[in-house]
Ligand binder design. Structure first.
Ligand code: FAD
Length: 450
């Protein structure tokens, strides 16, 4: 009698696992996706809104686990000021639901299309006022994740080390499916605006970097200009109308990028084009920031409630010690101008900076030891961007910049191991325990975390 192959060998042949995207809509569904017996191609990469700049949320030959189907707000606890949500809930959806209960997130975050899972598994930094309000991950009280072994894991704030590893874990320790965050009563802040040249900004930046204020700024190196947005609770405040913030957000993140992209097609002469681009940027910031927006709260100042990440935008973020920023900002402006002269490439949008308070609640926090200024270089100009990013990386490294794994392009391995040092080793140890087979490591993350 002819025997079947699998009887001879004890093995069954499987169809090769196919790469693809899975969008679970329930915990049971997510667990099926992560089951080690499921015919799903590794590596597995969780993805929220996909707004990161690096390949941290990509699995070309593997499987993306998109969390956007896990979108329930489970409980808003108005008494204890806490909210429990599934990981795929959009920031904007949560902000609106909290506002209905006169509550808000602790910290001010725009890009409201990002997901809660993405915003706590990677840095979500904003100009929050005070020492605890710069990153959303700080507010995590507990979370539930499904590990590489397909098991549910609950992490609470009694497991301090584990929770600090899971915050900003970039999806390497498990897929987070539920999060409980600390929130607070809605409070109105006042926003004041100044426009200054870079030298003057450098002179006051030490004071700004250590003050109890929310600091955001737009830096135009080629026009030698900085637009400051300073937020504080101390003074008498007006009404926190949302319309001006929506217009501001629309101007900054939709109108300017689209106009600049079009201008690069119709105005081929760089000197003319960039003069116009800088004038439009300056006028928009003068009008929108300085005149329109005077007060807000963490709900209104999040901008419009979008569903999609703006396209066209290229960005790379480096975090610099706040204590050195008076020097760094001048050097950065000089670097941009020199680079333009040498390569004819420059970014068309202002760089965006926010002050991030010292925060050691996450093992991979970019401000673990001291406050930092997160400087996001932004452009719509694709041609020349890759080379620019390499030069920027060299510049940032020389000035003590810290890369973040989902927003910093072209960070060298040596720089990463030097900056994150023992914390990186500790994180790797936890990662290897939870995912010995490296199911969650794609080639990009393996470079830094193997
Ligand atoms: C125009 C623009 C402006 C931006 N501005 C800012 C800014 O001001 N401040 C700032 O900090 N960032 C900013 N970012 C960067 C980015 O939006 C944030 O880092 C954001 O928090 C990522 O959220 P996401 O849902 O898009 O996550 P994704 O990009 O989808 O994922 C980010 C990381 O988290 C992991 N992840 C996602 N969901 C889960 C989950 N459920 N479980 C486990 N791991 C998960 C992914 O694997 C990946 O490693 C900006 C991006 C753009 C495009």
């Amino acid at each position: 009698m002819k025997s079947h192959g699998f009887r001879d060998t004890g093995r069954t042949d499987r169809r090769p696992a196919l790469p693809g995207v899975h969008t679970p809509t329930s915990l049971a569904h997510l667990m099926r996706c992560l089951d080690s017996n499921a015919n799903i191609a590794a590596p597995l990469r969780p993805r929220g809104a996909g707004s990161s700049a690096t390949d941290c949320n990509v699995a070309t030959m593997g499987t993306v686990i998109s969390t956007i189907g896990l979108d329930r707000i489970i409980r808003i606890d108005t008494y204890n000021h806490a909210v429990t949500v599934e990981a795929g809930v959009r920031l904007g959806t949560l902000i609106a639901a909290l506002a209905d209960e006169d509550l808000e997130l602790i910290g001010n975050f725009d890009q409201t299309e990002r997901t809660i899972g993405g915003a706590i598994a990677s840095p979500c930094m904003g100009p929050g006022i005070g020492s605890q309000a710069s990153m959303l991950s700080t507010q995590v009280l507990s979370m539930k994740a499904v590990t590489a072994a397909g098991k549910i894991m609950k992490i609470t704030n009694t497991q301090k080390h584990l929770l600090s590893a899971f915050r900003l874990s970039y999806g390497m320790l498990g897929v987070i499916f539920e999060v409980t965050l600390r929130v607070r009563q809605m409070a109105t802040f006042s926003a004041s605006h100044r426009s200054l040249d870079i030298d003057t900004f450098a002179q006051v930046s030490d004071r700004l970097a250590t003050g109890n204020i929310g600091l955001k700024f737009y830096l135009m190196p080629h026009r030698n200009h900085v637009y400051l947005d300073l937020r504080h609770y101390e003074t008498a405040t007006g009404n926190a109308y949302s319309a001006p913030w929506k217009i501001k957000d629309w101007g900054e993140s939709t109108v300017l990028p689209n106009v600049f992209k079009s201008l690069s097609r119709v105005l081929p002469i760089p000197s003319v084009r960039y003069r116009l681009i800088d004038s439009i940027s300056a006028t928009t910031h003068d009008l929108v920031n300085s005149r329109l927006v005077r007060s807000g709260n963490n709900a209104t100042a999040g901008g419009r409630h979008r569903r999609r990440t703006p396209r066209n935008l290229l960005y790379s973020t480096w975090c610099f010690p706040a204590s050195d920023f008076s020097l760094v900002v001048k050097a950065y402006a000089q670097f941009c101008r020199d680079n333009f002269e040498r390569t004819a490439y420059r970014c068309d949008l202002p760089a965006l900076g926010v002050r991030v308070a010292k925060d050691n609640t996450a093992l991979l926090s970019p401000s673990f030891d001291e406050p930092v200024i997160a400087l996001q270089t932004v452009s719509t100009q694709q041609r020349g961007w890759d080379d620019f990013v390499l030069d920027l990386s060299e510049f940032a490294e020389n000035w003590g910049g810290t890369p973040v794994f989902n927003q910093t392009l072209a960070a060298r391995d040596d720089c990463v191991s030097q900056i994150y040092s023992e914390r990186l080793e500790f994180f790797k140890k936890i990662r290897r325990q939870l995912d010995p087979g490296g199911r969650f490591l794609n080639p990009y993350l393996a470079r830094y975390f193997k």
